[in-house]
Design a protein around this ligand. Structure first.
Ligand SMILES: NC(=O)c1ccc[n+]([C@@H]2O[C@H](COP(=O)([O-])OP(=O)(O)OC[C@H]3O[C@@H](n4cnc5c(N)ncnc54)[C@H](OP(=O)(O)O)[C@@H]3O)[C@@H](O)[C@H]2O)c1
Length: 311
């Protein structure tokens, strides 16, 4: 890739830069809300067939109705997928693995700031279990569908929180000490470290793996931020610095579709506040490219989920 040319085209990129996606299939997790819903809207608007994955059939139906209201010819399908249940993940992945070709997998779903330590159906700490382990197991399960594509890209949605010191990948399940935002930071660092390791493993193949952070936007993600002070803070932030789901989807859209994107890349909004603007390469959290950390997380994720990743 010519890096000068790449920088020039990044400066101009908007969702209007996305080419014709007819003939391509995108699967987006957590597509019924927020950033995922917007990602689905834009990809479908450019002709992609989009599989909206989410844990509630009803919410998925509402999302499809909303998207079709704007664009009746959108090619939309739904998939029930609860990332907090290995059984649901295995069932969803098996149904796809038999018949599908997926060109773009967007690992977008997430939970944040869960006030007390809760667990998934399999006993994993909820935030780490959903945001990282669920996506780890699901990506492993849909590998056959990605291999069928001429070129396939896995985009995993992280967050600026990935760089927080509290996100160090120790005590992964917050068994020794639970903090709602440190559990989130761990899960988001894991999203980046997972992507780096996947990128190393698929280098030279038809697959690539990239991560993004969306900056910040008011979505349902803040639903656990309860109490008067938290609600007031969000109201102030909403006006002052937080962006819209539309803008927050730009990094995912860029990472999923731009020819300038490189395997192992990490992208985020270019604005000085990092919450809006044309996506550009973002600063990776310190140490996230360390192969030893990637290998450790991989081994532990395989051990916990019982899923073998065949890349
Ligand atoms: N908004 C921000 O400021 C911000 C900043 C940095 C990073 N991010 C990242 O952006 C991504 C999207 O978040 P968002 O802001 O769009 O939040 P959102 O509106 O709450 O959307 C999150 C999506 O994830 C789904 N989800 C949660 N648990 C799930 C599970 N067990 N199985 C399947 N789906 C599940 C939700 O489904 P339900 O509707 O059923 O709950 C929803 O569709 C997340 O990875 C988040 O960490 C967001």
């Amino acid at each position: 890739m010519n890096r000068t040319a790449s920088t020039r085209s990044q400066a101009r990129w908007t969702p209007d830069s996305i080419g014709d996606l007819r003939g391509r299939t995108a699967l987006i997790t957590g597509a019924n809300s927020g950033v995922g819903l917007e990602t689905a809207r834009v990809l479908a608007g450019h002709g992609a067939r989009v599989i909206l994955a989410g844990r509630s059939r009803e919410k998925l139906g509402t999302a499809v109705d909303a998207l079709r209201a704007d664009r009746p010819d959108a090619r939309l399908e739904t998939l029930v997928l609860d990332l907090g249940s290995l059984a649901s993940i295995a069932e969803a992945a098996a149904a796809l693995a038999e018949r599908e070709t997926i060109d773009l997998l967007v690992n977008n779903a997430g939970v944040m700031n869960v006030p007390d330590r809760r667990t998934t159906a399999d006993g994993f700490e909820l935030t780490f279990g959903t945001n990282h382990l669920g996506h780890f197991a699901f990506t492993a399960g849909v590998l056959p569908t990605l291999r069928r594509a001429e070129t396939a890209r896995v985009v995993t949605v992280s967050a600026l929180a990935a760089a927080w010191p509290s996100g160090a990948l120790t005590d992964l399940q917050s068994e020794q000490r639970y903090g709602s935002m440190s559990a989130y930071a761990k899960s988001k660092r894991a999203n980046v470290v997972f992507t780096q390791e996947l990128a190393r493993r698929v280098e030279g193949t038809t697959m690539s793996a990239v991560a993004v952070h969306p900056g910040s936007a008011v979505t349902n993600l803040q639903r656990h931020s309860q109490g008067v002070v938290a609600r007031m803070a969000i109201a102030v932030l909403r006006r002052a610095v937080m962006g819209s789901p539309e803008g927050a989807a730009w990094p995912s859209l860029y990472a999923a579709t731009s020819p300038d994107v490189v395997n192992g890349g990490y992208y985020g909004p270019a604005g000085t506040d990092q919450t809006s603007g044309t996506p550009k390469p973002a600063k990776l959290p310190r140490g996230a490219t360390d192969p030893a950390e990637g290998a450790r997380l991989w081994r532990e994720s395989e051990r916990l989920t019982g899923v073998q990743f065949t890349v």
